[in-house]
Design a protein around this ligand. Structure first.
Ligand code: 13P
Length: 251
């Protein structure tokens, strides 16, 4: 019922020309592949080049962050309206690297989500616990708080076009992925929380991606879990072959 949704988060990698080349390479490699939604999130400076490279392809472009205001004196920031006008469909909000290094909080995440909807973007909202929090048995408390904070004041019709991404911080860029069972447990918890906030039908329509060292070799068993609807892929999205292999598994 939920179409698998795979997004590549290129983080602070690839200048515009390299990003456009990779986007074209991925589009070519998966031409004709159906039954999977795909998005690519280059660095802000490469968004325009990637949007142009993806013109005419079903692959969507995504920004990695946005401000919550539409315009104004916010040096260094870009707004959801600017991102939309470039031709992007999505924006990643609340990635753990932004929470960890750039002071992102549940409150700023919430403001950015409302702003993304205002601009007509479909946000990809990240939640995830640190290793310390997992070892202290606080995983559900942490991701539950992040989910509630992110979606405060968000109506059901809007929530259904958002995507959630569960990314355990300890699995990001470490090569240490959550087991399919560990990931499924948190995804099922998040879906139950969505059903409490909205209702079962809304919860069943929201895609929940898993992120954290997803590779061609582990994608199949992760995506085979009932509440894992896709992946947010970092390192393995930086090469045509590895990303295309994950997309073929998902389809
Ligand atoms: P890796 O796939 O490199 O672990 O990164 C995951 C991630 O943070 C995607 O947003």
């Amino acid at each position: 019922m939920r179409t698998p949704f795979i997004a590549g988060n290129w983080k602070m990698n690839l200048a515009p020309a390299e990003a456009a080349e990779l986007a074209r390479g991925i589009a070519g490699a998966i031409a004709g592949l159906t039954g999977v939604r795909v998005a690519l999130a280059p660095a802000a400076c490469a968004l325009q080049a990637v949007c142009e490279a993806l013109a005419g392809s079903p692959i969507a472009a995504a920004a990695q962050n946005c401000h919550w205001e539409a315009s104004g004196a916010f040096t260094g920031e870009i707004s959801p309206e600017m991102i939309r006008d470039l031709g992007c469909r999505h924006v990643i909000i609340g990635h753990s690297e932004r929470r960890q290094y750039f002071g992102e909080t549940d409150e700023t995440v919430n403001k950015k989500i409302h702003a993304a909807f205002r601009a007509g973007l479909e946000p990809i909202v990240c939640v995830g616990e640190t290793l310390e929090e997992r070892e202290a048995g606080r995983t559900m408390e942490v991701v539950g708080r992040q989910l509630d904070g992110a979606l405060a004041g968000v109506a059901a019709e809007r929530a259904t076009v958002a995507t959630l991404a569960y990314e355990p911080v300890w699995a990001i860029g470490t090569g240490r992925t959550a087991t399919p069972e560990q990931a499924q447990e948190v995804h099922a918890f998040l879906r139950a929380r969505l059903a409490e906030r909205y209702d079962r039908d809304v919860a069943d329509r929201i895609a929940i991606q898993y992120g954290g060292s997803v590779k061609p070799g582990n994608a199949e068993e992760l995506l085979g879990q009932p509440d894992i609807d896709g992946a947010l892929v970092g390192g393995a999205s930086l090469k045509v072959d590895s990303f295309a292999a994950i997309l073929r598994v998902a389809h």
